[in-house]
Write a protein of this length. Structure first.
Length: 389
């Protein structure tokens, strides 16, 4: 799938940079064009692979290149005011060569959480290509303001995009890990999962052709209908030679025993991907649509295993819209990526919605209290002034 990726804010820019690195390393050709948008000049300077001409600094008149300080209302205002500057970079994207736009943003900060829904609405008004979001939720230990930003941004972002793919930092941060090291590892996990998913079907000259091709239309159809999506991933190393390692019998061939073993191994991998750590933890049951992509060396992929894995996903989700196929790549592991779209039973989202409701109630109470205090203060001042007249 060919994507125009737009990283909005610090986290979004870093993740798009990682996707470009993944493209270089694997030759997957996912990122047709990359743009980074920020209110902080230092964040844009820290990027390594996004072309300099595609780094857009917005809000210079208001924040002088120093960022919005986790104020996502200010981030949204600046995005509205400077949308023409962002559009200037988007105009350089060869839109006729892409399948979709993907806006990547951390939802806890100010620039990405405020600006990404504004950009999504703008793109959907102008272009016919699907506009997807990849939103990263902050960890609970990052502070209340970041959780509140995420709660507000999530509700707006999911409404403005054709589908919102979510990654929850809370499910991935390890205790005792440094902040920088933790986020680097998280960004690697994001790119690994979505790289396999979006890379499927991008076959160049001389590449291995899949038995059951997953092309961009399969991904678009799975993401159609809107809502929230999550991705599961599991991988196992394989021996590419005849040295007889752990998974030397992963591949199928003439031998029925080998074929049966490979089928079972693939089915097990699919179960591990769907029931293990999802990018957004949720119940698999009730997902409206699903897509299975199995990647790895061609000799280690097995059509029967993929079909059995797809049937298992149908049973687990209760959905008849489960697609699947293989993605042959010359890497020393077999990996299963499972996209679950239109998920409903998501504890983290319910928690965010509750935070948003409580925060709004608190804001209303504080506003009332502030108005009452102001009235009382004015009355006191008037009482003190009366004897002077």
């Amino acid at each position: 799938m060919k994507l125009a990726m737009i990283g909005f804010g610090q986290a979004g820019g870093k993740i798009v940079d990682k996707f470009l690195e993944y493209d270089e390393r694997t030759g997957s050709g996912i990122v047709r064009s990359a743009v980074a948008v920020n209110t902080a000049k230092a964040d844009l300077l820290g990027l390594e692979r996004v072309p300099e001409e595609n780094r857009v600094l917005i809000g210079q008149a208001r924040v002088k290149g120093h960022g919005v300080g986790a104020d996502n209302e200010l981030g949204a205002e600046i995005a509205e005011e400077d949308i023409d500057e962002v559009q200037g970079a988007i105009d350089n994207i060869p839109v006729h060569e892409i399948d979709a736009f993907l806006i990547v943003a951390g939802l806890g900060g100010g620039t990405g959480s405020g600006g990404s829904p504004v950009l999504a609405k703008h793109l959907k008004r102008i272009y016919t290509e699907p506009v997807y979001g990849l939103g990263v939720l902050p960890g609970g230990d990052e502070g209340g303001i970041y959780t509140l930003n995420a709660a507000r941004s999530f509700q707006t972002f999911v409404r403005e995009v054709d589908n919102l793919l979510v990654f929850d930092n809370d499910a991935w941060r390890k205790t005792g890990e440094s902040v920088e090291g933790g986020y680097d590892e998280i960004n690697d996990e994001i790119v690994r999962r979505f790289g396999v998913l979006f890379g499927a079907g991008e076959v160049g000259a001389g590449d291995n052709v899949a038995e059951s091709v997953v092309d961009s239309s399969e991904i678009i159809n799975t993401l159609s209908g809107g809502g929230v999506s999550t991705v599961g991933y599991a991988a196992e190393g394989v021996e590419t030679g005849d040295s007889g390692g752990l998974l030397s019998r992963f591949k199928g061939g003439e031998d029925d025993m080998d074929t049966a073993n490979t089928t079972n191994r693939i089915t097990s991998l699919v179960r591990k991907a769907a029931l293990g750590r999802l990018t957004l933890p949720c119940e698999v049951e009730g997902a409206e649509r699903a897509l299975l992509v199995l990647s790895g060396p061609p000799a280690h992929l097995n059509r029967k295993g993929i079909e059995r894995g797809r049937k298992w996903l149908e049973d687990q989700t209760g959905s008849m819209e489960v697609r699947g196929g293989d993605y042959p790549i010359n890497e020393p592991n077999v990996a299963a990526a499972v996209l679950l779209s239109g998920v409903h039973n998501v504890p983290r989202i319910k928690e965010l919605q509750q935070v948003a409701i409580e925060a709004q109630e608190n804001i209303d109470e504080l506003r009332e209290e502030s108005e009452e205090n102001l009235e009382a203060l004015v009355e006191d001042d008037e009482d003190e002034l009366d004897p002077l007249f």
